[in-house]
Write a protein that binds this ligand. Structure first.
Ligand SMILES: Nc1ncnc2c1ncn2[C@@H]1O[C@H](COP(=O)(O)OP(=O)(O)OP(=O)(O)O)[C@@H](O)[C@H]1O
Ligand SMILES: [Mg+2]
Length: 333
């Protein structure tokens, strides 16, 4: 299951994704955690010491390796250079799985042991820090491109998760990244700005059938709750209040997940139940169709000019990504 946490800067995306990741890991559910946020804090939120978090290998800096691996022997993709972030898999492409070992994980992922092992382990991938130049500029600079490529080549089953901590930025709308998830949790504080980000996201999401739920955060009392209910309506899934557990973590005091407030653990259960229920709406054909749609759009708007070839030819019309897809051969559509 592919799950995204999005929202306004500072809303609590990293905090809530890290809690959800811990919740999964504690249940021994395989999980790949991806930090695609502007401020790279997921490693620290999962308890990595600062120096280790800073030394994590950046996916953004390993794009050639990622592309070369995923391309495999796909005859429609001449070389890694002609592969853009939306290039879809086809016959001959290599696919990724959550639990396997592969050169992409070898190069980019680090194992994070939670609560001294009692909390399970997760694989952590990071896009690398965003610079001023990454924000709102040309698509080919996108730091999250590596994440999109990996999601488009990933076949995941029901009881394994990829959790991505990311911003609700224009980057993900232009490329199609926002359509790559079984469930998107939009973290919103009970403020006008928090809710404005939700509205914008919802309007993009609607056209593509994106499953979107709002997680209210830093909700203090009935007035905050009433505000969110008014503004968000049925999309409001659950709310989280001020957490002493989170605050203690911020002070460097590590605690096991079992010490998290009961009400917040219940909120995590709600997130998990909602994510799991999204499995029933999975549609690999739609998933594949959408990646092709965004690839053609990106090819036309900048990719073809940059690559000097028609990137529409990278599309394998007979290929559908799906569970059970073989690594090097296409499934008949
Ligand atoms: N429920 C909560 N209880 C207490 N503190 C919280 C809670 N949620 C978030 N915080 C605190 O609010 C701050 C912002 O949270 P966080 O870093 O998770 O937000 P973010 O959306 O990832 O921000 P950014 O956009 O900067 O990446 C952090 O200091 C975090 O500890
Ligand atoms: Mg963050």
């Amino acid at each position: 299951m592919k799950i995204a946490f999005v929202g306004k800067g500072g809303s609590g995306k990293t905090t809530l994704s890290s809690l959800f990741i811990r919740h999964l890991a504690a249940r021994h559910t395989p999980v790949v955690a991806v930090d695609a946020d502007i401020n790279q804090h997921l490693g620290a939120a999962l308890g990595l010491p600062e120096d280790e978090a800073a030394a994590l290998p950046a996916m953004g800096a390993r794009l050639p390796l990622i592309k070369d691996y995923l391309r495999g022997s796909n005859p429609r993709i001449a070389d890694a250079q002609s592969m853009i972030k939306t290039t879809p898999p086809g016959a001959g492409s290599r696919l990724l799985r959550v639990t396997e070992d592969n050169p992409v994980y070898d190069a980019c992922a680090r194992e994070v042991v939670l609560d001294g092992g009692a909390g399970g382990t997760v694989r952590l991938l990071v896009t690398g820090p965003f610079t001023e130049a990454d924000l709102g500029v040309a698509c080919y600079h996108s730091k999250v491109g590596a994440v999109e490529l990996c999601l488009n080549h990933l076949v995941d089953g029901r009881d394994e998760f990829v959790v991505v901590d990311m911003t609700a930025g224009s980057d993900s709308f232009a490329s199609g990244l926002f359509t790559r998830f079984d469930m998107t949790f939009l973290v919103a504080e009970p403020t006008r700005k928090g809710v404005a980000v939700y509205r914008q996201y919802r309007s993009y999401a609607r056209d593509y059938g994106v499953a979107l739920k709002v997680v209210g955060n830093k909700v203090q009392g009935p007035d905050d709750l009433a505000f969110l209910r008014d503004e968000v309506g049925d999309d409001l899934l659950v709310t989280v209040g001020h957490s002493g557990w989170v605050r203690a973590m911020e002070k460097g005091r590590q605690q096991p997940l079992s010490a998290l407030e009961e009400v917040n653990r219940e909120a995590l259960d709600t997130l998990l139940g909602t994510a799991d229920a999204a499995y029933a709406r999975r549609d690999w054909e739609r998933y594949t169709r959408q990646m092709v749609h965004f690839h053609l759009r990106n090819a036309e708007s900048w990719g073809n000019a940059r690559a000097g070839v028609d990137l529409a030819e990278q599309v394998d019309p007979g290929f559908v990504l799906r569970e059970g897809s073989l690594t090097t051969t296409a499934q008949p559509a």
